[in-house]
Each structure stands twice: as C-alpha cells, then as structure tokens.
Design a binder for this molecule. Sequence first.
Ligand code: HEC
Length: 99
Amino acid sequence: MALLLVFGAPALAQELPPGRAAELERLVLQDCGSCHGMTLKGGLGPDIRAETLAGTPSEGLAAIILDGVPGTAMPPWRPLLSDAEAAWIAGYLLDGGNE
Ligand code: HEC
C-alpha cells in the first residue's frame, strides 16, 4: 500500500508541496470513499473510477470537486482544497490512481 501511494502519481505529485499528494490520496480514499465507496466504485455517490470517468474533461471534474453538485449530497470541497489540489485529484481519478 505504501509503495502504491509513493509510485501512484509521481509526475502529478511534483506540482504539490512535499507530502501533500499523499494527504490528498488519503482524503480521496477516506472522505470521498465514504460516499463513493472505498474502491470508488459507487455507494451513495456514483462510480468515479477511471474507466467510468474516461472521456470526462479534468477541468469539469475539478469544478465538481470544488463546488459540489447543488441539490445533491456531493459537497463543495473549496473550503479544504485549492484549485491546484482539486486539479490534482481530478487527474488522480482519471489516471486510476486508486487502483
Ligand atoms: C456526502 C457524500 C459525498 C462525498 C463525501 C463526496 N461525494 Fe462526490 N458525489 C456525491 C453524490 C451524491 C454525487 C452525485 C451528484 C449528482 O447526482 O449529480 C457525487 C458526484 C461526484 C462526481 C461526479 C460524477 C459524475 O459521474 O458526474 C465526482 C467527480 C465526485 N463526486 C467526486 C468526489 C470527490 C473527489 C470527493 C472527495 C473530495 C467526493 N466526491 C466526495 C456524494 C459525495
């Protein structure tokens, strides 16, 4: 598991301060996973694995992450995440970094 975290997204991780990528990865698995399922294949929230999101523009995903989906359980994460961090998570999801 630790190795997967380290090698999961080396290129993207460079855009964030040291250690932040690992924190975001934990956030995705724990906080996002609490609704989207531990393996992100769906729960209260829909399946957000790479194969399901394929073709979705990463800017669109980052916008959903930052602002949530009004009228649904999907909360806005802007209070916790910067634009760069939301973009990192969008790339992480599209790259299937959770697998
Ligand atoms: C409280 C529950 C909850 C949490 C926590 C949550 N989500 Fe969601 N999410 C949802 C729901 C419900 C939807 C579906 C909204 C709709 O009906 O369009 C959704 C939709 C999405 C979508 C759009 C999927 C699509 O196919 O359109 C993405 C991407 C997403 N969430 C990512 C995340 C990420 C990343 C996190 C963690 C930072 C997160 N979510 C945390 C409930 C949650």
